[in-house]
Design a protein around this ligand. Structure first.
Ligand code: CO
Length: 318
């Protein structure tokens, strides 16, 4: 479905910029000459409510990808939200545990966590920071809350690695809030974690699936149009408020995840209280996925090997 855009908006889109437009986005002044690039708004293919569960040492969380409702959205394996003001729901954290075969992305909205790993990295994840960790062939790490009271609010996303990179060396990108570009317009603002928005490029780099990851705040009625590669799988998780998504204006509420269908443009309108959205898109990998606990490989045999390597101390190092 084509989306009507003003000439100015089309020019901006052609330059790769995202479009924030307050109020009415449609305009009748578009010329009859067709633009080289036509926007095709992505519909909402599926709305998935995040499911309450526990992980780590008993941390209460909500799982939006990796649950029975949405086991996988290639290349995304898991999306968890931790959001609690009750210390007993988060204080025990995620003590030492291994990973192999994928990447973990941690986004802190509020509160602080400390990360330590077997490669020697140590980092304090503060409000507004993001950590992109490539587990590769193996890492053991801990992720522990550094607060004893108050709101802890963060997300963890697991992004798969293709077969040829599953056994690559671990890598760690710890990004402080000051390094994350913010793009402000009349209708809201975006924090550009990965990918591009409004002429800014996020600090996360060198990721094979070329992810887009945006923390978007929409004012009430504010309309966002943002171009996304048509080949990328994409989702929007509503962190706060609610939003109307897609050309059909499907209402999606807080703690719901919308899987976006085919097309090359996200269209989103902030609800009556506005909305805060996490937009994530990436190139799907298209390989078999074998997963068990903290390991994600292509085959069951490779999973068995990962457990054997962990037991025998060969998962890390070497
Ligand atoms: Co972990």
């Amino acid at each position: 479905m084509a989306t009507k855009l003003s000439r100015r908006a089309l020019l901006a889109a052609a330059e790769g910029g995202a479009l924030w437009m307050a109020g009415c986005r449609a305009s009748s002044d578009a010329t009859s000459s067709a633009p080289a690039r036509s926007a095709e708004a992505r519909s909402v293919a599926q709305v998935v409510p995040a499911q309450a569960t526990r992980d780590g040492a008993g941390v209460a969380l909500r799982r939006a990808i990796g649950s029975r409702l949405l086991p996988l959205l290639d290349p995304f394996l898991l999306l968890d939200e931790i959001r609690s003001e009750r210390a007993d729901e988060y204080i025990k954290g995620f003590p030492d545990h291994p990973h192999r075969g994928f990447e973990t992305v941690t986004l802190m909205i509020d509160g602080a966590m400390e990360h330590r790993d077997s490669v020697g990295n140590q980092g304090r994840l503060v409000s507004g920071s993001v950590q992109w960790m490539t587990a590769g062939r193996g890492i053991v790490h801990s992720e522990m809350p550094k607060q004893e009271r108050g709101l802890l609010w963060g997300f963890q996303l697991w992004v798969n690695l293709p077969r040829k990179l599953k056994m690559s060396a671990p890598r760690y990108q710890d990004i402080a809030p000051a390094r994350i570009p913010e793009v402000t317009t009349g209708a809201g603002f975006a924090r550009v974690l990965a990918g591009s928005f409004g002429g800014e490029t996020g600090p996360v780099e060198g990721i094979v699936v070329a992810p887009t990851m945006l923390d978007l705040t929409l004012s009430p009625g504010g309309v966002l149009e943002h171009s996304l590669p048509a080949t990328h799988n994409a989702f929007v998780f509503v962190m706060m408020g609610d939003a109307a998504l897609g050309p059909e204006g499907r209402n999606v509420a807080a703690r719901e995840l919308a899987v976006l269908g085919p097309g090359n443009t996200l269209v989103a309108t902030g609800g009556s209280e506005g909305a805060r959205l996490l937009l994530v898109a990436a190139e799907p990998i298209g390989e078999p996925v074998a997963r068990r606990g903290p390991f994600v490989m292509n085959t069951e045999e490779e999973l068995d090997q990962a457990f054997e390597d962990y037991r025998s101390g060969r998962l890390v190092g070497g």
